[in-house]
Design a protein around this ligand. Sequence first.
Ligand code: SF4
Length: 513
Amino acid sequence: MTRKLYIETVGCQMNILDSELVVADLRKRGYEVVGNPAIADTILFNTCSVRAHAEDKIYSALGRLREAKQRDPSKIIGVIGCMAQNHQHAVFKRAPYVDLVVGPGQLHQIPTLIDEIVAGGGRKIEVSLDRSGGPRRDVERSFESYDPLRDETMRPSRYQAFVRIMIGCDKFCTYCIVPKVRGPEQSRPAAHIETEVRKLAEEGCREITLLGQTVNSYRHTDGGVTTRLSDLLYRLSAIEGIDRLKFVTNYPKDMTQDLLEAVRDIKECSHYLHVPCQSGSNEVLKRMKRNYTVEDYREMYARIRETVPDFAVTSDFIVGFCGETEEDFEKTMELVAESRFKNSFIFKYSPREGTKADELWPDDIPEEVKRRRNNDLLALQNQISFEDNQPFLGRAVEVLVEGPSELARKHEAQAHEVRAHGSNSSDENGEAGAGGAPNADGASNADGVPHDHVHGPLQLVGRTNCDRIVVFDGNPRQIGRILPVTIYDANSFTLFGEVVTEHVGPEVYSISL
Ligand code: SF4
């Protein structure tokens, strides 16, 4: 009997990739992916532990499934990923009807564990060793993930893919749960990465984003030869069919000159770097244990500007960290104003049990102060992003077309709902699973194009080489291509344009008789 799988993914690109791999594995064993938990017999939540809010949302989602599980005890409910590793048996305590808890290092065991549960083996938990749970090599092994299985229909677009080059982190920033839930820092062998990228290129993938918590710390030694990220980029850029290479997330201290020169010289490297700073105050950076000062960050930023002046740089900031004063916050505002990042991802500090910051300092910044600082920094960044996008007006940019825009997908989902139920009411359970599966409900193909979309313009979305989002009218045949698009409007987040068309006829001939 075909089992029906619903998977919901929250969190970072690592989780999106993990979901793709879990789905590939289960599909190979005959599972069908559905976009509606109500009709699924296996429901998986791939979770994030970076903020308390993300975990709370999963517990709420689990709460909504309690009755469904009572009605149909054969439904299998699983919590996988970072929260599974972080909470372990506590998940069963808070939601006793959960069948499966699997950490990010054990995802390859999911098919077998489900089979065992179906066979009456009771609930299952598989997690990696704690960081202090044994010799480093044993802990590392318990976090090793599986990578070669891919499923293009679970990717954001079949022309783009994430490829993991590192797992884990050894930096131990005091606010961060990642070193606990993703384990020790390990770089994958370059040859394995190359094989995977080659296969993706053969499948038609044009853009690869290399993933690592501190991706620029990548370093792998094999037979006495060490490969750095810059070396890896040269190897991957030589693969036929790969037009764009990106990598996230960078650690400021490891932004070496060889890497900057490589991204300058390799034409396939996107003109985009994401380098989180987190705070503009040395006092705060010290408490965060980021291991650099604001002066170090400025020096690195100046090197980026000098080596690759036209690159877009984005950053992350945490506001309201333990003990952050108004003066500290003002320094962050100054750094953002002076750096003029293309974009910044701004987060309010959320204490995480098991981190040093939670152990050492009270979460002493009131919520309304965090909110105000968040809003002030966001307003400043949005103004900069808006100004930064204006010079694109009237210019043609090269866009890798990813698929229908969010708006086009929303319209199609509503139309599908009307066709299926004869009304446009939306059912909470009918939401498509996050993490992809654009064809899960049978309404669209692997590019996310509605099956019944035959003619007429379709609003498409793509990205420039410097990672700016561009929305324009096009047609499904343009998905996966790199097209020139002229920009006629821009806000802080998006450029709006139209495809540059060339006159291709009809030619006029005079026929002399
Ligand atoms: S570098 Fe710091 S913030 Fe980034 S994953 Fe590692 S510990 Fe977390």
